[in-house]
Design a protein around this ligand. Structure first.
Ligand code: SAH
Length: 346
């Protein structure tokens, strides 16, 4: 019999299974708390549980391990980049950032990615597999244990497309916000998508209080089609219609991510067209100087260009931020560390 991934189970699922095993109801609370409040790495760490039950837990369930394969600490700002090794030898990346308001972690949702965005290192070799809910959670728990801290914010902006692993990501959100578990506020979670339109509608219906970030990166289909294959499936109009709906349904401000690439999407005309397209959407625009990935050959826009682009949007009434670069010295953006690890192991 295959052992069940216990960290992916909700409290009610765990309660039901333990009750079937003839255990009293308080056991589920104890075990769930060991798993999600104390991030116990093994059943043998659960000292208030009898040896017999620990054995039967070991026989029926597994706490899937996640090992720190590599850890890079930025000299500028204490950003920590982790390369984690999964049970099957695959690798994923997470980034831990320290802000005034607390710790935030950027987690991966898939091993690799199949979205094919031209500027992104995570997608260069396609998608290997989805992460289980427990594997998304473990990135948080492992970073917390490693630094003896509590993480207050999560962004789903690491490797992978969260809405391409929809069920597992929703389960992760349920687990991480559970009062009996990590108890993170949904308002402190951001989910970033390249724009899988039907899933944006599905998510809107859930009416969660998370922040939706949409990787727009272009003001029209012509430019976006060149940068992001997903754009050929759903046009920018269809995407923005879904975003409008999301905003109306949840009353949450959407954050549009716009990667600034020299000579591709950074002209004054692009800024004006973007402003026109986004008119009336409750939103925020986040400009990101593209992180230069060797394989893509793309260059980031100059600081002056970004300033100018930003001021056009601001004049039109948008709130705009330019992403502060964190961990610049440790390649803290998606997929680059995993690529070098895979290249070394080959
Ligand atoms: N698949 C999701 C989330 C992962 S990527 C998405 O597309 O939103 C997180 C963010 O980083 C996205 O906005 C993505 O477009 C951006 N990104 C990827 N590679 C980048 C690079 N080389 N430079 C700057 N931003 C990048």
């Amino acid at each position: 019999m295959e052992k069940r991934d216990i960290l992916s189970m909700s409290f009610s699922e765990l309660s039901a299974v333990l009750s079937d095993m003839g255990e009293p109801s308080f056991r589920a609370k104890q075990i769930y708390s060991w798993l999600h409040e104390f991030a116990a790495p093994s059943f043998d760490d659960m000292t208030n549980i009898s040896k017999t039950l620990r054995k039967s837990l070991n026989d029926n369930f597994v706490i899937i391990p996640m090992a720190i394969e590599k850890k890079l600490i930025s000299e500028y700002d204490d950003t920590v980049k982790y390369l984690f090794r999964l049970y099957d030898g695959e690798h994923i990346e997470s980034v831990l950032m320290k802000y005034k308001y607390g710790y935030s972690v950027c987690v991966s949702t898939q091993v690799g990615c199949r979205m094919g965005c031209k500027f992104c290192a995570s997608t260069l070799n396609g998608m290997v597999r989805n992460l289980a809910p427990s594997e998304i959670l473990s990135q948080i728990y492992t970073a917390e244990r490693d630094n003896n801290i509590k993480i207050s914010h999560v962004v789903l902006m690491g490797m992978g497309e969260p809405l391409d692993n929809y069920e597992n990501v929703l389960k992760f959100l349920e687990l991480v916000t559970d009062e009996k578990g990590h108890n993170m506020s949904m308002r402190r979670i951001s989910l970033s998508t390249c724009g899988i339109v039907p899933k944006i509608y599905e998510l809107a219906e859930k009416n969660l209080q998370l922040t939706l970030s949409v990787s727009l990166h272009a003001p029209n289909d012509k430019i976006r089609n060149e940068m992001m294959p997903v754009s050929r499936r759903w046009s920018i109009d269809e995407l923005l219609k879904a975003c409008r709906y999301y905003g109306e349904k949840t009353h949450r401000r959407i954050s549009f991510e716009y990667t600034m690439i020299e000579g591709v999407n950074d002209t004054d005309e692009c800024a004006r067209e973007l402003a026109k397209r986004l008119r009336g959407i409750l939103c925020h625009v986040n400009l990101i100087p593209v992180n230069e990935v060797k394989e893509t050959g793309l260059k980031k826009s100059s600081r002056d260009r970004i300033e100018r682009f930003s001021s056009i949007l601001t004049e039109k009434g948008f709130t705009v931020t330019v992403r502060r670069k964190m961990g610049d010295d440790i390649n803290a953006s998606c997929g680059q560390l995993r690529r070098s690890a895979e290249a070394n192991s080959k």
